[in-house]
Design a protein around this ligand. Structure first.
Ligand SMILES: Cc1cc2nc3c(=O)[nH]c(=O)nc-3n(C[C@H](O)[C@H](O)[C@H](O)COP(=O)(O)OP(=O)(O)OC[C@H]3O[C@@H](n4cnc5c(N)ncnc54)[C@H](O)[C@@H]3O)c2cc1C
Ligand SMILES: C[S@@+](CC[C@H](N)C(=O)[O-])C[C@H]1O[C@@H](n2cnc3c(N)ncnc32)[C@H](O)[C@@H]1O
Length: 659
């Protein structure tokens, strides 16, 4: 079960500085936190010189144990701005078991006015920071912060990254002995890039010896303030006498990028395509985005309102982890859009409309912290929702609704994304190390990298025809707001959902039809949606005068969701299906084998699809996942979750079952 994440419990001294109650230690030095950080972490890792030496398109990855108030991060970012060339990037990965509450972070960072330029955007993005991997995009994507919320010994083993410089922080070893262990140092070594550096404020002998044993060459160096000595070191290599950590299985290994050229074509202008384009553009790529309709977001991503709804599991499944990370990421992106028109954080109330649902909700409330979700009884639920309800339910205060086309348009708005509408790709060809998108007789675009983000239409391309993508038709109903329906203050869900009004209309959704291929809205489905409204709230039915509405005359729209058999999205590099089956045929006899055969990748071909009913939550982070695969960057998700979303999972299951 996912452990409940707790915020840091702080005391504030008479100078307004935070101190951890759990560890009985200070977050930064009494004398000058800034000077100490700069000396211990920035100088000892030679960051000024290393930032200045980065070429355009290059990046430096810093890893840290103990994010705390983010002081080290902000100082590193400030130095990066001062020294690095405009086209370079900074990636900062930090683990934190007890994240500060947003209020405490505001209070702590107010101590450093000289860091305001970095602290303000961090504070704006510091929302929905929950258990697991949480990615924050800063400085228009030039700076990426990946927070791993949880215990360092639980989170780091899930990280897939190559760290250039380690900041070993995390309270004094004597106050926090559980963290400063050989097991942690082995993780730092596993993740260290060749020549990685490491520094720490402690000079404790056993810490130095254990780090040396893990493959670092540590040495004492003069300290600062009341620290007599500190440690700095460099990674020499994995120690010979220790068995090497097992590498990723070849079918989940990182493919090499086909060329250094940062140019891609993306097929499909919905949430998945726009997110993929945005993540690449933020890394300096030139992207051609091909969409068959007259504008972006005209199919599944074209509803007036979609719900940011978290269907979590109390058991920490891959899907649940993906949802928690994806929700945080999307929620932070929405800060760039216009609240009230493009989205609203009005909260989402999931009614406990059956006893089974009530039981599930009780389990979730046990497993997750109250700022993510909590149970409201009937009276409290009514007060929150602003309408009469027959029962209480589970409330997600940070949830809400989004106008998906606004998110798509914002993501595709980078000047390095060339959006080509009315461009329908019929075939994809590989010629001279380029993927070419053809509409019959015309080559519409070509690039060394192609990303298929055309939902279930992906199956029309031979290279992806074997993926088990399915279409499920869905229809929403648009209901004009009435004077009395405006009291609806949160999204309310039972089987269906209804949202507070956007531009004078509520969205009521959504039907599921597994058989229909027709996208003309039907009266029968409007009637079905109205039935779901009754299940949500009789009072709202009254407020909307919904009993007087004729389904024949209701407005709405229908589109296809695109799902995979395990309900996880399909995101990552594609392999040649036939060659894959042959390469790993031995697994049909013994599934535990790992043949030493490289995966037959289709060089530069990627997919971002299968987002089902929750594309708002999974598609934007999937864009980051694709960019991380392509750029050999830290993955924005635990390795196991990235593998659970990997396109090769189906071919692998096929070979194992002998199909
Ligand atoms: C009725 C309904 C209600 C939903 N409600 C919610 C909700 O409340 N919350 C939520 O998170 N999700 C919801 N979803 C799911 C969400 O909308 C999808 O997961 C998401 O939109 C998928 O985005 P996509 O980019 O993969 O697909 P799409 O938005 O379908 O985009 C694919 C794009 O590719 C283009 N394309 C296809 N083939 C080609 C080609 N050959 N050449 C060029 N372009 C091509 C299409 O025109 C389309 O624009 C709902 C879906 C439906 C249908
Ligand atoms: C000294 S503070 C870090 C200061 C921080 N780097 C800054 O710039 O403010 C140490 C941090 O390590 C975190 N920490 C301690 N033990 C941990 C563990 N086992 N896993 C993850 N984080 C841990 C604490 O919660 C605390 O926030």
């Amino acid at each position: 079960m996912t452990p409940i994440q707790h915020h840091a419990q702080l005391d504030w001294d008479d100078q307004g500085r935070p101190r951890s109650r759990v560890f009985d230690d200070v977050y930064f030095s009494d004398q000058s936190g800034l000077e100490e950080t700069r000396y211990v972490f920035l100088e000892q890792n030679d960051l000024a010189e290393r930032f200045a030496a980065l070429a355009d398109g290059e990046r430096l990855v810093i890893g840290e144990t103990g994010f705390g108030t983010g002081l080290n991060f902000l100082c590193a970012w400030q130095l990066f701005e001062q020294c690095a060339p405009a086209g370079a990037r900074l990636h900062f990965v930090s683990v934190e078991k007890f994240p500060l509450s947003p209020e405490d972070l505001h209070r702590a960072l107010a101590l450093w006015p000289s860091l305001k330029q970095q602290a303000d955007p961090l504070l704006e993005q510091y929302v929905a920071i929950h258990q697991g991997f949480q990615r924050l995009m800063l400085a228009d994507g030039r700076v990426t912060l990946t927070l791993l919320i949880g215990d360092v010994l639980e989170q780091l083993p899930q990280l897939d990254a190559q760290i250039d410089a380690w900041f070993l922080d995390g309270f004094a070893p004597a106050k926090n002995p559980d963290m400063w262990t050989a097991e942690l140092f082995a993780e730092l070594a596993r993740l260290a890039a060749p020549g990685a550096t490491l520094s720490t404020f402690t000079s404790t002998g056993w810490v130095r010896r254990l780090l040396n044993a893990a493959g670092f060459k540590m040495k004492r160096t003069p300290g600062i303030g009341h620290k007599w000595e500190i440690l700095r070191g460099v990674f020499l290599g994995w120690p010979e006498q220790t068995p090497l950590p097992s590498p990723a299985k070849p079918w989940y290994a990182r493919p090499l990028r086909p060329t250094d050229e940062r140019r891609a074509l993306v097929i499909g202008g919905g949430l998945a395509g726009c997110a993929s384009a945005a993540s690449l553009a933020a890394r300096g790529w030139q992207v051609t985005l091909l969409e068959r309709h007259a504008g972006l977001a005209e199919e599944a991503s074209g509803n007036p309102q979609g719900v940011l709804y978290l269907k979590l599991s109390a058991h920490g499944t891959a899907l649940s982890q993906m949802i928690l990370s994806g929700f945080g990421h999307t929620r932070r992106l929405l800060g760039h859009l216009q609240r009230g028109v493009d989205w609203d954080a009005c909260g989402v109330l999931q009614l406990a409309f059956t006893s089974k649902e009530a039981e599930r909700q009780a389990q979730l409330a046990e497993a997750f912290p109250a700022d993510l979700l909590h149970i409201l009884d009937q009276a409290a639920a009514q007060a929150r929702a602003g309408i009469g309800l027959a029962c209480g339910g589970l409330f997600y205060p940070e949830g809400g609704w989004v106008h998906p086309p606004a998110l798509c348009r914002w993501q595709a708005s980078s000047p390095t994304i060339d959006v080509q509408t009315h461009h329908e790709v019929l075939t994809l060809r590989r010629m001279e190390n380029q993927w070419q998108a053809w509409d019959g007789e015309r080559c519409l675009a070509s690039a060394p990298v192609a990303i298929l983000a055309s939902a279930a239409e992906i199956k029309r391309f031979d290279t992806a025809a074997d993926l088990p993508l399915k279409r499920i038709r869905g229809q929403i109903t648009r209901l004009p707001q009435t004077r009395r329906s405006q009291s609806l203050a949160t999204v309310v869900c039972a089987e269906g959902y209804v949202a507070p009004p956007r531009l004078g209309e509520h969205t009521l959704g959504a039907s599921f039809d597994f058989n229909s291929d027709d996208l003309t809205p039907t009266a029968a489905e409007h009637a079905g949606n109205l039935q779901m409204l009754e299940e949500i709230s009789e009072d709202l039915v009254d407020r909307l005068d919904a009993r007087t509405l004729d389904p024949q005359h209701l407005e709405g729209r229908a589109a296809f969701r695109c799902t995979s058999p395990d309900y996880l999205p399909i995101v990552g590099p594609l392999a040649d299906h036939q060659a894959f089956t042959e390469a790993y045929a031995a697994l049909g006899k013994d599934a535990r084998q790992v043949p030493d055969v490289p995966c037959p990748w289709l060089d530069g071909l990627y997919i971002n699809s299968g987002h089902g009913s929750r594309g708002l939550i999974t598609a934007p982070l999937s864009g980051e996942l694709i960019a991380a695969w392509l750029e050999n960057e830290p993955l924005p998700l635990p390795r196991s979750v990235a593998e659970a979303c990997h396109p090769n999972r189906f071919a692998l299951r096929g070979v194992i079952r002998g199909k």
